[in-house]
Design a protein around this ligand. Structure first.
Ligand code: ADP
Ligand code: MG
Length: 680
């Protein structure tokens, strides 16, 4: 029997069952063997009837004493009883609405049962037990695998099917893992692992199987990504020749931190290498990613090419434009802003100037990757706050250049090994220190009972010419009800609580021009308090803002709270963040506690990731990965080990040409042919 034969080629597995298995993604014998149980259950203890305790779940071995009987309780509800005994006593197996049992038992034969014991009216019952003929031990009397099955396949059928596959094809399971790695990481062999993940001889065997298979899964994924990465990006581009930074660093109002300089160095290595840069810069809120982007942009325009800088909101795009454009303009470069709220005429002018090369840098929003935007020589694409964009959107802008350098920036740092997987096609830089003199934003979590005191605190801050953000209970920017509540929240503040102060409102449903006007009045005008939804989450810089209040704080993920909090503490004055959850339980308490205890974005995103899991954390837009069967992206230890193993392997044999690695190469290639499907 060959591993890659169709499952229906196994004797006893008909087309009907094969169809049901196909619904679970099982087509070949190998698929079936690699359809792992989600857990195993210890059903090794078999008790005598006389020893059974009310309420326990256990196995028994018993003989069927007489034919099953049925009692119709009411329409659609029948109880089937099978009288059983062993040499110590009698018990009844009870089934509900299961007419099959009438024919499934032979009087006088022994069976194993596994189920919950109930003592009722002095009689013993085992309720809807799993059963099988004595001696089979597939689902009783053993450590039993539990599978995620389709509605139409029972555990029992799954177990029998996999057992059959192992009998027929177990000996042909090939081990693609090189011997050296197996030995170095003390892994068990593939066929042992596959047998014992399903039918372990004991728990140690199960654990060792799990370890091996989890290692193998993460190992293969990383290997495939690395191969993929080294095969992509083979385009050659002209290296930048002039990398002198003196002129631009003089324009910056500060000196770069060591961490910024290191990342700049990595970028320079990329752009002078002759292949396109593909780099992710991770850095906490306020770590100074914009300055790093500016330098990449500067080098691009200085070398005679165009650059595009994409931000997720028009507010942020405008702010970047206002920060960066003057520096570049004063050096003789031409810049433009491109956002949705501009008039058609203004946009057309920018389109024209971009396509004939009159503009060196364009900063904008989604408006940048519309079809009518063309460049003369786009060589650098910077994406700020990349978590707000899909991979596809990034691609849309990149495709407007000829193999442009790509720089993406994110404020949700995640562990390196994980980043290498999630952002498989990117190299990673980390800005791991903040500019000097940053103060910690003091964070408090309060209850409704001191809302009045909080209002007083707002008043005090405003009286010192500071500004206050209030992030409002709005989860879904498209939800009318939520929108209403944000509006009425603002009106209540403006009319009843702070009638003497100016209270603004900004939300995602407003037109760009409206948003910009409100933000401008907050940043430069007399708005004291800005009620906002999460549109201010990213990037905005208002140094006078010293207080951030977050209503319904429990609705946000930790990373998001941290981003929001990052809007204050940007100037010289002491800043505060007040979290006001609308509910409280252990989980909320724990999450709020993390926010009040630490300002370290790295710690916060790690915890967030642990608490919410990768799917939620990254969101579907980001998550371009094949589903994992047995390993977890949160298993840092296995991630690290398998990542080291991949690195070492590729150092020894970069193209996997050695005989020892032949099978592995095949496996990795078959995975990466799928990765393309996920990485859209
Ligand atoms: P983020 O990484 O969140 O995008 P920004 O680039 O907006 O951070 O920088 C946050 C603030 O820190 C800005 O006001 C910026 O001018 C300032 N800044 C950046 N780099 C430095 C530095 N090396 N020294 C002092 N201030 C800096
Ligand atoms: Mg930023």
């Amino acid at each position: 029997m060959a591993l890659y034969d169709r499952i229906s080629s196994i004797k006893g597995i008909g087309t009907q069952r094969a169809e049901k298995l196909a619904a679970l993604g099982v087509e070949t014998v190998r698929d079936m063997l690699y359809y792992f149980p989600t857990s195993v259950e210890d059903r090794r203890i078999t008790k005598k009837v006389t020893d059974l305790v009310d309420g326990e779940t256990t196995c028994i071995t018993a003989i069927v004493g007489a034919s099953p009987s049925v009692k119709r309780i009411r329409k659609g509800f029948s109880v089937y009883s099978v009288p059983l005994r062993d040499d110590t006593g009698v018990i009844t197996a009870v089934f509900y609405n299961n007419p099959y049992v009438m024919n499934n038992f032979r009087v006088g034969s022994y069976y194993n049962f596994y189920g919950k014991i109930e003592h009722k009216f002095g009689k013993k019952q085992i309720i809807t037990p799993i059963y099988e003929a004595y001696g089979v031990n597939n689902v009783t009397n053993n450590i039993v695998p539990i599978y995620r099955t389709g509605a139409q396949i029972t555990q029992k059928v799954m177990v029998a099917t996999i057992k059959k596959c192992i009998e027929e094809a177990g000996d042909s399971i090939e081990d693609f893992m090189p011997k050296s790695i197996i030995e170095h990481y003390n892994l068990c062999r593939a066929d042992y692992a596959v047998r014992n993940i399903h039918f372990p001889t004991d728990y140690d065997a199960y654990e060792s199987a799990r370890n091996r298979l989890a290692f193998e899964e993460l190992f293969l994924l990383q290997l495939a990504l690395k191969i993929h990465k080294s095969s992509a990006n083979k385009a050659t581009v002209m290296p930048y020749e002039n990398t002198d930074l003196e002129e631009i660093t003089k324009k910056l109002p500060f000196t770069l931190t060591g961490a910024q300089n290191r990342v700049v160095g990595e970028i320079i290595t990329d752009i002078t290498s002759g292949t396109p840069m593909n780099r992710l810069v991770q850095g906490d809120v306020g770590s100074g990613k914009t300055a790093v982007a500016l330098i990449a942009i500067y080098l691009t325009v200085k070398n005679g090419f165009q650059a595009a800088f994409m931000a997720p909101t028009s507010i942020l795009a405008r702010q970047h434009y206002e920060d960066l454009a003057p520096m570049l303009e004063s050096l003789g470069y031409r810049t433009a802003l491109l956002i949705g709220s501009m008039t058609k005429k203004e946009k057309t002018a920018v389109y024209e100037a971009l396509s004939n090369g009159e503009i060196d840098l364009v900063i904008g929003t989604h408006a940048l990757f519309q079809d009518n935007v063309t460049f003369q020589s786009l060589r650098l694409v910077v994406t700020d706050e990349q978590h707000r964009f899909g991979v596809r959107q990034r691609g849309a802008l990149v495709s407007k250049g000829m193999n442009p350098h790509v720089l993406v920036m994110t404020a949700t740092p995640i562990p390196r090994t994980l980043a290498l997987i999630i952002y498989g096609d990117l190299d990673i830089s980390v800005i791991d220190t903040l500019p000097p003199g940053r103060q910690k934003v003091d964070t408090f979590c309060i209850g409704e009972n001191i809302r009045e005191r909080m209002y007083n605190f707002i008043r005090k801050e405003v009286s010192e010419n500071h500004k206050v953000y209030i992030v409002c209970p709005m989860v879904d920017e498209n939800d009318e009800l939520d929108l209403k509540s944000a509006t009425s929240y603002r009106d209540n503040l403006a009319n009843n609580i702070f009638p003497d102060l100016k209270v603004g409102l900004v939300h995602g449903k407003m037109k760009d021009s409206e948003k910009d006007a409100v933000m401008n009045d907050f940043a430069f005008g007399d708005t004291d308090i800005l009620v906002s939804t999460t549109v201010i989450e990213v990037g905005v810089n208002v140094p006078e803002a010293t207080l951030m209040i977050i209503e319904n704080a429990e609705r946000f993920g930790l990373s998001q709270l941290h981003q929001l909090r990052g809007r204050v503490g940007r100037g010289k004055d002491k800043s505060y963040c007040i979290l006001l959850p609308s509910a409280m339980d252990e989980d909320i308490k724990k999450r709020m506690g993390i926010m009040t205890k630490t300002n370290d974005g790295f710690v916060i995103s790690q915890t967030d990731l642990q608490l919410r899991g990768p799917g939620e954390f990254f969101g579907t837009r980001q998550h371009g990965l094949p589903p994992l069967k047995i390993s977890s992206l949160l298993d840092m230890e296995t991630l690290k080990k398998s990542s080291d193993a991949v690195t070492a392997l590729l150092e020894r044999d970069p193209t996997l040409k050695d005989e020892e690695n032949a099978l592995l190469k095949k496996r990795a290639e078959s995975i990466y042919s799928h990765i393309d499907e996920y990485m859209v």
